[in-house]
Design a protein. Structure first.
Length: 364
């Protein structure tokens, strides 16, 4: 009996030792060179509501997700820019890097030592958070065409099949590139008025400028016109007088939804072309002052080809304009293509003839 108990203890002790050795072997396998990629799945990405990126250049980028509005707000610390809405789809592209990337290279001891030194001295850090929890946290640095990360006490060089030629730029590009390019997004049913004033019409009186208003649905004039044309009823004011517009004129109001500007460098501002003001039924007013964009009369292509010319001789750009955007006390300057602006900036004569307001009554 005593011998049996002794053998049981010995066998139990041996089993514990074997189990411990198996665990140690698994740990060595996990951290000894053959590791699982630091990847987030789609469900984890969907939970991320805060991104904290401390960059090697000293800037700190804080992204906060506003679920109610499906927006990401960006605060750039270390740079004199206001908190602004980030491009939702660009942030999503950035997050999906961590769904598709993988370890491309595991360094030997000497390389790892050098990489750690580089990351500590010249690197940045990233935290992807869901509430108070870090879903992914690492330090990073760029070395030539390598993107290095230090995850815990180990270093790896990473690669990604998601945006393969541009994904590293997410960590280094100008913070302005994160800014949402959505300039206007008025629903046609939300617009109260559109006012367009040309700076120089070439005629007297000005027959190009106009003010377009959505007539109040409870007014007697709108009620009578509504019997002829389906609501909403549009009232056009010009130098020649006022008139109600036919129903198909409502299509014009859709020009003010999903309007984007283009990302560009510094632009020289020329003469003012016109001022466009849009007011909503929620009392939001946006004013666009549209200026010529001045560019060299001889293009950079010809300069680069060795063609002589004066870079100080300027001409108006045929394709883009400089636009000063005012929302209350906030002002911003962007660039926009004329193909977008021309949909919003009509002339009074572009609207089909409607019913004169005098026929119904005095509309104001």
């Amino acid at each position: 009996m005593f011998v049996k108990k002794t053998w049981k203890k010995i066998l139990g002790f041996v089993a514990v030792i074997v189990l411990v050795m198996m665990v140690l072997s698994a740990v060595r396998h996990r951290y000894g060179g053959r590791v699982r990629d630091p990847v987030l799945d789609s469900a984890q990405i969907a939970r991320i509501d805060r991104i904290v990126m401390e960059r090697p250049d000293g800037l700190k980028l804080l992204f906060d997700k506003k679920d109610a509005d499906r927006k990401w707000m960006l605060d750039v610390q270390g740079m004199d820019v206001p908190v602004a809405e980030a491009d939702y789809f660009k942030v999503l592209d950035f997050l999906y890097v961590f769904n598709f990337w993988e370890i491309a290279w595991i360094p030997d001891e000497d390389e790892e030592r050098a990489w750690k030194d580089l990351i500590r001295k010249q690197g940045g850090s990233l935290k992807l958070k869901a509430g108070a929890r870090n879903l992914l946290k690492f330090k990073f640095a760029c070395q030539d065409d390598l993107f290095l990360i230090m995850l815990g006490s180990h270093c790896y060089a990473m690669t990604s099949i998601w945006k393969p030629s541009t994904w590293m730029g997410f960590f280094t590009e100008d913070p302005k590139q994160w800014k949402s390019c959505l300039l206007l997004d008025f629903s046609p049913s939300d617009i109260r008025f559109v006012d367009l004033r040309y700076a120089f019409s070439g005629t007297s009186p000005d027959t190009l400028s106009y003010r377009l208003e959505v007539a109040a649905s409870d007014s007697s004039a709108a009620g009578e016109v509504g019997e002829m044309f389906k609501a909403p009823v549009l009232l056009l004011h010009t130098a020649a007088g006022s008139r109600f517009l036919p129903e198909d004129a409502n299509r014009y109001l859709s020009s003010f939804s999903q309007v984007y500007f283009t990302v560009g460098g510094e632009a020289r501002m020329g003469k003012l072309l016109y001022t466009l003001t849009i007011g909503s039924k929620k009392d939001e007013v946006v004013c666009l002052s549209v200026f010529e964009k001045q560019v060299p009369a001889v293009s950079e292509f010809f300069f680069d080809s060795g063609v002589s010319g004066d870079r100080n001789v300027l001409r108006p750009d045929l394709f883009q304009a400089v636009v000063v955007v005012s929302r209350g006390v906030q002002t911003d300057t962007v660039q926009m293509p004329f193909v977008v602006l021309d949909k919003m900036a009509r002339t009074a004569s572009d609207f089909a003839e409607g019913l004169p307001a005098s026929v119904i009554g005095n509309a104001k």
